[in-house]
Design a protein around this ligand. Structure first.
Ligand code: RP5
Length: 163
């Protein structure tokens, strides 16, 4: 993206991208500039710390971190940045994503991670938009319109059942 990224979308492996691209798509829908990186807590620990340590001074406002299995990336990034971190549990072949979810959600007091549902990357993107919108009335208005459109869609589907 051309403008300075406000949201960092990171993931433990490129194999997480089919899930994590839903976060990127949600950010793009609201014209929020973002960056995407593969950063592994276990395979590239120094790169993870460098990213987390420099994120705020580079202008990022929020980090969305997705990982699967022993999913330590969101929590470790949260420990090394002052920015809000949104965690996305990526489901792998075994355990239906429960391993990823439990690895991310059960953080010790003091280091919060906003944990999404398993594979909930779209909501991660939308939550990042809401975080930015807290200080951006125009973006708030776009979220209100988005929610109103969602409501209309449900009502149309409801009506179509009886058509
Ligand atoms: C995690 O290990 C990644 O986030 C990914 O979900 C999982 C498997 O990675 P690959 O072996 O596919 O690279 O750290």
């Amino acid at each position: 993206m051309s403008s300075t990224p406000l949201v960092g979308v990171i993931m433990g492996s490129d194999s997480d991208w089919p899930v994590m691209k839903l976060a990127a798509e949600a950010l793009a829908e609201f014209d929020v500039p973002y960056e995407v990186s593969v950063i592994s807590a276990h395979r590239t620990p120094q790169r993870m710390l460098d990213y987390a340590n420099s994120a705020a001074e580079r202008g990022l406002r929020t980090i969305i971190a997705g990982a699967g299995g022993a999913a330590h990336l969101p929590g470790m990034v949260a420990s090394a940045t002052v920015l809000p971190v949104i965690g996305v549990p990526v489901p792998l072949k075994y355990l239906d994503g429960m391993d990823s979810l439990l690895s991310i959600v059960q953080m010790p007091a003091g280091i919060p991670v906003a944990t999404m549902s398993v594979a909930g990357a779209r909501n991660a993107g939308l939550l990042a938009v809401r975080i930015l919108a807290a200080a951006d009335p125009a973006l708030q208005q776009r979220i209100a319109t988005f929610q109103s459109d969602l409501e209309k869609l449900v009502l149309e589907k409801d009506a179509a059942l009886r058509a």
